[in-house]
Design a protein around this ligand. Structure first.
Ligand code: UD1
Ligand code: MG
Length: 454
């Protein structure tokens, strides 16, 4: 089978510098949804027809299994498919998809391709408002006779509610000849792919129609409004899949997955969470409201409290993270680690049973087991030019409001007194304090305001 994806159209109504088919839907370019669905059908050839200025599309998506046909100028859908012919196999079925119809499902396409086994098949739907679409014209016996475009249709034809979704499948060996017979003698002076339907009928080939499983599969994106509508449909579908797998969602209408979210059993996700890239939630993970997780793995039994932000980081099992915690790229937490509010961790490993419960910055650090990091602790990892590492060994206790001026090591079992500015290594099993000794001045009087004399 060949698959051709038409993506040369300009997308004027998007009012954007970004080519239309590169706009993201559920975190993935529109046309990449179509490409991935096409791949699920294992075509022998997969060709994308792109237009002038579409180099951005090509460079963004290029992959070894794709071929690229430039269509310049754009003279219609029939002309577009013709540009793809040199890249196609002359045998089997050719399936035409649209790069801006991203939600089409493989199952619907399998049925369409099956219906084209000995002829041509068109994916159609009935619309209460068919305005703008090509209409399916049938003969008195109910067989498809041809497709007529809105602009070429008579008043009688415009009253037809069955429309062409644009997606069709046809015999590859006939396609070249059919396309060479198209004419642009029509209202739009374009070469219409839809005209091959009448040609196939005249050649005596069966033309069948099939329907999509869901009406939303054939919705196209021409504007930002339609893009937002399709985003909601895509999210609803993703949410339903998660719930079918056993995930408990506080509200399926308030979750956004912009990538791939894998969940083990008994995961709970509260409202307004955003998942980007590859996110894995192990068994019984609970995600509080308003969390953002990007490329993250969360271990079994861990609870993320509200407003936790995690990016390119790993959290072990049975952790307690947040509220308002931020794990930045390279944060790796082992099991039973507690990270509380307003704690930021970057490029650091934290071993099991360690805690940083309030207001801290931990960057470029190696934290051992059972370490307690007090409120206000800061690793001073950056000297203005270079980054340096902080090492805190097992069972260390870091008093509140401590600065660790890296490179520096806190030995096993060491205690740092509150307010310490550590500039040299702290020996193990000792108390290290850099604070000025406390003094009291007995009988000291506060200054009083002088009386005003003018
Ligand atoms: C087309 C169909 C119409 C159908 C409708 C469904 C034709 C002649 N008409 O109409 O029957 O109801 O889609 O949405 O096929 N494209 C190119 N190169 C071109 C022209 C278009 O690559 O020269 C691509 C576009 O990027 C788009 C698709 O083909 O992905 C359809 O183009 P569009 O202009 O939307 O076609 P319509 O006139 O809407
Ligand atoms: Mg259109």
């Amino acid at each position: 089978m060949n698959i051709v994806i038409l993506a040369a159209g300009q997308g004027k109504r998007m009012y954007s510098n970004l080519p239309k088919v590169l706009h993201p839907l559920a975190g993935k370019a529109l046309v990449l949804h179509v490409i991935d669905t096409a791949r699920a059908l294992s075509p022998r050839r997969l060709c994308i027809v792109y237009g002038h200025g579409g180099e951005a599309v090509r460079s963004a998506l290029d992959a070894p299994d794709l071929s690229w046909a430039l269509q310049e100028p754009q003279l219609g859908t029939g002309h577009a498919v013709r540009q793809a012919l040199p890249f196609l196999d002359g045998q089997g079925t050719t399936l035409v998809l649209y790069g801006d119809v991203p939600l089409i499902q493989a199952e619907t396409l399998r049925r369409l391709v099956h219906a084209a086994a000995d002829g041509l098949a068109v994916l159609t739907v009935e619309l209460t408002d068919p305005q703008g679409y090509g209409r399916i014209v049938r003969d008195p016996a109910g067989n498809v006779a041809r497709i007529v475009e809105q602009k070429d249709a008579s008043a009688e034809e415009r009253a037809i509610h069955e429309i062409n979704t644009g997606i069709m499948a046809m015999p590859a060996e006939r396609l070249g000849e059919w396309l060479s017979r198209l004419s642009s003698d029509n209202a739009q002076h374009e070469y219409y792919l839809t005209d091959i339907v009448g040609i196939a009928v005249a050649a005596g080939l069966p033309v069948r129609t099939t329907r999509p499983d869901h009406a939303w599969e054939v919705l196209g994106v021409n504007s930002k409004t339609q893009l937002a509508e399709l985003e909601r449909i895509a999210q609803r579908t993703l949410a339903e899949k998660l719930m079918e797998q056993g995930v408990r969602l506080a509200d399926p209408a308030r979750i956004d997955v912009r990538g791939e979210l894998r969940c083990a059993r008994d995961v709970f996700i509260d409202i307004n969470c955003v998942f980007e890239g590859q996110v894995t939630l192990d068994e019984a993970v609970e995600v509080g409201p308003n969390c953002v997780l990007k490329n993250a793995r969360i271990g079994a039994g861990t609870r993320l409290a509200a407003f936790t932000h995690i990016e390119d980081a790993v959290v072990g099992a049975d952790g307690r993270i947040g509220p308002f915690a931020r794990l930045r790229p390279g944060a790796e937490l082992a099991e039973d680690v507690h990270v509380g509010n307003f704690v930021e961790i970057k490029k650091s490993t934290v071993a099991a049973h360690s805690k940083a419960n309030h207001l801290a910055y931990i960057g470029d650090a190696t934290i051992g087991r059972r370490v307690n990091i007090g409120a206000g602790t800061i690793t001073c990892n950056y000297d203005g030019a270079n980054k340096h590492r902080t090492v805190i060994e097992d069972d260390a206790f870091i008093g509140s409001d401590t600065q660790l001026v890296a490179p520096v090591t806190v030995g096993r079992g060491a205690t740092l007194g509150a307010g310490t500015t550590l500039t040299r290594d702290a020996p193990p099993d000792s108390l290290t304090v850099s604070r000025v000794r406390q003094a009291s001045v007995a009988g000291w009087k506060r200054p009083v305001k002088k009386s005003q004399t003018t």
